[in-house]
Design a binder for this molecule. Structure first.
Ligand SMILES: Cc1cn([C@H]2C[C@H](O)[C@@H](COP(=O)(O)OP(=O)(O)O[C@H]3O[C@@H](C)C(=O)[C@@H](O)[C@H]3O)O2)c(=O)[nH]c1=O
Length: 178
């Protein structure tokens, strides 16, 4: 695996090292030894998958409040997504900044999302499956988020929004600390 730094501190794009033979392909998508050697969190409590029917579907931007903050390892298992993270760590030099990554079942890249980031994605085609490893169990009372179109961040999305949950449409404006 190759752990490629991103523009945002502590977040990594991870490329795998596929081994191909006459049957097809083998690759490790997670490895405690390699994650620990790279200094990354290597213990995950949950693996979740979502399926989105339509191109343009938007899920996010999500995070869990402390003390239930999550580290996520995100991979697109079928189709293509525009995956976006926002650094919400007030002490970070990249606080308030966002970055987007195309993850797909073709490139098979993964995104390591540190604790303290908001995460969301938009599907770039129909019939999209996304899988996440998550460091902490789901805690509904701590689940929170910010709007994908919040002017505080100015995130660019590639497509008009075709489907979004009422909850994700209704997150209040993000307030930067004064
Ligand atoms: C996230 C989650 C949801 N649920 C339930 C709550 C709800 O009834 C249903 C759908 O939940 P949501 O609308 O939050 O699903 P979704 O919008 O797909 O949530 C996901 O979005 C992406 C961007 C992430 O980063 C993930 O961590 C997760 O927050 O599933 C669980 O039971 N366990 C979980 O871990």
């Amino acid at each position: 695996m190759r752990f490629l730094p991103t523009l945002l501190g502590d977040a990594y794009r991870i490329e795998s090292d596929p081994i191909e033979d006459e049957r097809g392909r083998f690759e490790r998508s997670f490895c405690v030894r390699e994650f620990e050697a790279a200094g990354l969190h290597a213990s995950f409590a949950q693996h979740s998958q979502s399926w989105s029917a339509s191109k343009g579907t938007l899920r996010g931007m999500h995070f869990q409040n402390a003390p239930h903050g999550e580290i996520k390892l995100v991979r697109c298992l079928r189709g293509r997504i525009w995956d976006v993270i926002v650094d919400l760590r007030e002490t970070s030099s990249t606080f308030g900044r966002w970055q987007a990554f195309e993850l797909s079942s073709d490139n098979r890249d993964q995104l390591y999302v540190p604790e303290g980031f908001a995460h969301g994605f938009q599907t770039l085609c129909d019939d999209v499956e996304v899988g996440y490893m998550i460091s902490t169990p789901y805690e509904p009372k701590a689940a929170s988020g910010c709007r994908h179109d919040d002017p505080a961040f100015g995130i660019s999305w590639p497509l008009p929004v075709a489907a979004i949950s009422a909850r994700d449409k209704g997150w209040p404006d993000y307030r930067f600390p004064v």
